[in-house]
Ligand binder design. Structure first.
Ligand code: GAL
Length: 370
């Protein structure tokens, strides 16, 4: 037997080649939500090393293991050991966000001449946030795993009734996560409605590309020449403005901590980064990149905006899976989406989905070793 054959045989016997491990590697109970729904945990492994633990409770990411150039994996996200962990926090860690991601000022809007009211669940900012009192993150979805060629993934589906959280229209939603070759996590959203409704879906995953410490010395690029200035309630203060000469200019890489506490009134409202950037270009394109010491994530999307939230409200007393403590600004979120409060802003790209149309958007988090 030649040397290569011996290595291949040894690998096969030990069951430890990367390809052997790829696929849906585990499925197990994950506890019960406060709404009495039973959750399940799925472990998916991509052929190039990216591993994901995900639950059907809101499609939440529990672990994301990313390899460096030597193949050593670290967990770059926040998750908990059961749904109860999320229920003690209010940061939407790693969840599908719907029906309207981000804020709707004062929880009201007018659609086709009809006044609609949704819960003002973000009391501090007098706004509806991430879908209201019970957003799409807080439901157990129907889940089906799949493998297709070198792709492995999970499809979440759920029907939301007309009037859900005050929103008009019964919506059928489908969110597909795929781990594709090259350590790509692809997220595809699809939805239809039976009445006009605002829809702005996103994923609220958080990253720390070193898996520890704060994100302040990690580097970020956002491909946006404009951002949305906000008022003290984090509602858009007007039209998009140029990032030129402001702490919001991330067109070239900057450390997150470099200007996060700069004396800029709009930035201080965060406090720190918690704003929407209006992405340059159209179509599916690179929107951002976030780099740690040995690993980075590129964000690709077809959406017009990205909310960069620097974890300013993460509470130092919260604990995640395995009892690991969390810290303020220890993780950031790069949420691809439409602009906040769009239902009240005729000048912004529309977020209204109408009967007969299919909402279809795509975002990819592409992980790489540095
Ligand atoms: C972000 C939002 C922040 C905060 C966070 C959850 O999307 O922009 O203001 O609410 O979610 O803690």
């Amino acid at each position: 037997m030649n040397k290569l054959a011996i290595i291949a045989l040894a690998g096969a016997l030990a069951g430890c080649t990367a390809a052997d491990k790829a696929g849906v590697v585990e499925k197990k109970p994950f506890g019960t939500t406060k709404y009495g729904e039973k959750a399940t945990l799925y472990k998916l492994a991509g052929k190039d090393g990216l591993e994901m633990e995900v639950t059907d409770d809101g499609g939440k990411i529990v672990r994301l293991l990313v390899p460096d150039a030597k193949g050593e994996k670290i967990d770059v996200t926040i998750g908990f050991d059961s749904p109860a962990g999320w229920e003690k926090t209010d940061a939407y860690f790693g969840a599908i966000i719907g029906r309207y991601g981000n804020r709707i000022a004062e929880g009201k809007f007018t659609l086709d001449g009809k006044d609609c009211k949704v819960p003002v669940n973000d009391k501090a900012h007098a706004a509806a946030l991430h879908g209201g009192d019970r957003g799409w993150d807080a439901y157990v979805w129907k889940a089906e795993t799949f493998t297709k060629g070198d792709d492995v993934g999970i499809v979440f589906t759920k029907d939301f009734p007309d009037g859900e959280q005050g929103f008009p229209g019964a919506v059928k939603a489908k969110v597909t996560y795929t781990i594709a070759p090259g350590n790509v996590w692809r997220i595809e959203y699809e939805a239809t409605t039976d009445k006009p409704t605002p829809l702005n879906l996103t994923q609220h995953v958080y990253f720390n590309m070193n898996g520890e410490g704060t994100i302040l010395d990690q580097e970020l690029m956002i491909a946006a020449s404009k951002y949305l200035p906000v008022d003290k309630n984090l509602a858009p203060a007007g039209a998009p403005a140029s990032v030129e000469g402001t702490p919001f200019d991330f067109r070239t890489f900057h450390k997150v901590g470099e200007r996060i506490d700069a004396p800029d009134t709009v930035l201080q409202y965060g406090p720190g980064y918690d704003h929407n950037w209006c992405l340059d270009g159209e179509g599916f394109r690179k929107a951002a990149e976030f780099r740690g010491k040995a690993r980075a994530v590129e964000v690709w999307t077809d959406q017009p905006g990205i909310q960069f939230y620097a974890g300013n409200f993460i509470d130092n007393t919260w604990k995640m899976k395995d009892g690991k403590p969390m810290c303020r600004r220890g993780w950031l979120a790069l949420e691809t989406q439409h602009y906040p409060d769009s239902p009240n802003r005729p000048g912004f790209p529309s977020t209204i989905l109408r009967p007969g149309e299919t909402y279809k958007t795509k975002t990819e988090y592409r992980f790489k070793a540095l």
